[in-house]
Design a protein around this ligand. Structure first.
Ligand SMILES: Nc1ncnc2c1ncn2[C@@H]1O[C@H](COP(=O)(O)OP(=O)(O)OP(=O)(O)O)[C@@H](O)[C@H]1O
Ligand SMILES: [Mg+2]
Length: 353
């Protein structure tokens, strides 16, 4: 899968731009603040319905404008899709695939799988569990049919249960039954996906960090109890806190070294490498086991890594044989080989070279 064409309007500092990408490697260069990362955000938005830099899509709308629009064409062998995303102030995010409004942003992800490695990658390790759940769920979604259906139903039931807890009106038990059915499915699917990923993780993390990092799945409730039992046991506490404190929405990924969380042990640069390894092992897994090759956005890939690590990372990324869209300050950036297409950005204006 690759992105062939991209056009955008009123995203961050970019008033309008059109780019034609190559299936191999593409370089976007320009000075600080020129709009390089903004272009990657536009691409990510097409495949994920959100940015990798902010939770709030409205922040992507150019100052003084009421709406942004991104349109792209993705290609895979004989398949072609046209994807479009619009974000309006106060009006949310709307997505279209092949001129049809899509029910959920999941349809975007199917037509244009995309991943990113950026200088904030370490936040996957440092921040709250939300990022790690999202990391896992993106993978699960690609390999477990029916996952997103269960996920949406679970979240609807969870909102209802939380409403009962907030208002004190209604029966908790009605929603518990719904939560249990889909919650178990979600958790089993996550567990299977993570188990299948383990050999890829062991290989990638060892090669980037020279250390054995242990990846574990924390399902979001007591390991020895069923979800039904856990919800039951948590009910008094949930009533007190007015929210559901156990379940798959509280799942996390543990990353440990010699039994200790990596956050406590590894340097910042090493945490970044661990985060990069998490993303990279998914890409290797998807390629090897499922023949899926997401486009990979690399925002300023040489930042913060020593030359030796960077070389190892580059070798593995090249071996993915996937579309690369790379940003750099320097026109001559060629760590991933001579780029097949080069763009220059200056004050939000994009030119193909
Ligand atoms: N909503 C917005 N409307 C207009 N401009 C914005 C908006 N959000 C951010 N900007 C501006 O867009 C510019 C481009 O930002 P971007 O992060 O894309 O630059 P960059 O080329 O990646 O720079 P760097 O090399 O420093 O990473 C910045 O000057 C920023 O202030
Ligand atoms: Mg940038």
């Amino acid at each position: 899968m690759a992105l062939a064409e991209l056009s955008l309007r009123d995203l961050r500092c970019i008033e309008s731009a059109e780019l034609k990408f190559q299936p191999g490697s593409n370089l976007i260069h320009g000075a600080n603040g020129a709009g390089k990362t903004s272009l990657l955000e536009a691409i990510f938005l097409l495949g994920r319905g959100r940015s990798f830099r902010t939770r709030l899509n409205e922040r992507l709308i150019r100052h003084g404008q009421s709406q942004l629009r991104v349109v792209g064409h993705s290609t895979a062998a004989v398949l072609q899709h046209t994807l479009g995303v619009e974000v309006s102030r106060g009006g949310g995010t709307r997505a279209r695939v092949d001129a049809q409004n899509v029910r959920s942003l999941v349809d975007l992800a199917t037509c244009f799988p995309v991943q990113v490695l950026d200088p904030d990658a370490h936040r996957l390790i440092e921040d709250s569990s939300t990022r790690r759940r999202r990391w896992l769920d993106w993978l699960v979604f690609h390999v477990e049919p029916g996952f997103t259906t269960s996920w949406s139903r679970y979240n609807r039931a969870l909102q209802q249960r939380n409403a009962v807890l907030r208002t004190g009106q209604g029966e908790l038990e009605i929603w518990d039954a719904e939560l249990v059915k889909d919650g178990q499915r979600i958790s089993e699917a996550r567990g299977r996906a993570l188990a299948a990923l383990q050999p890829y993780w062991a290989d990638v993390s060892q090669s980037l960090l020279d250390q054995d990092l242990v990846l574990s799945f924390q399902q979001g409730w007591d390991r020895d109890a069923s979800l039904a039992e856990a919800l039951n046991a948590a009910a008094p506490r949930d009533r007190l806190r007015r929210t559901t404190t156990v379940g798959p929405h509280r799942a996390d990924i543990g990353i440990r070294i010699h039994g200790k969380p990596v956050r406590q042990v590894l340097s910042r640069g090493q945490q970044k490498l661990a985060a990069v390894a998490l993303t990279l092992c998914q890409l290797e897994f998807l390629k090897q086991e499922h023949g899926i090759r997401p486009s990979l956005l690399l925002d300023d890939p040489s930042a913060e890594l020593d030359r030796d690590r960077l070389d190892r990372l580059i070798a593995r990324i090249k071996a993915l044989e996937t579309q690369l869209i790379i940003t750099a300050l320097d026109r001559d950036f060629d760590l991933f080989g001579t780029p097949d297409a080069v763009f220059h950005v200056e004050q939000g204006r994009v030119a193909a070279l």
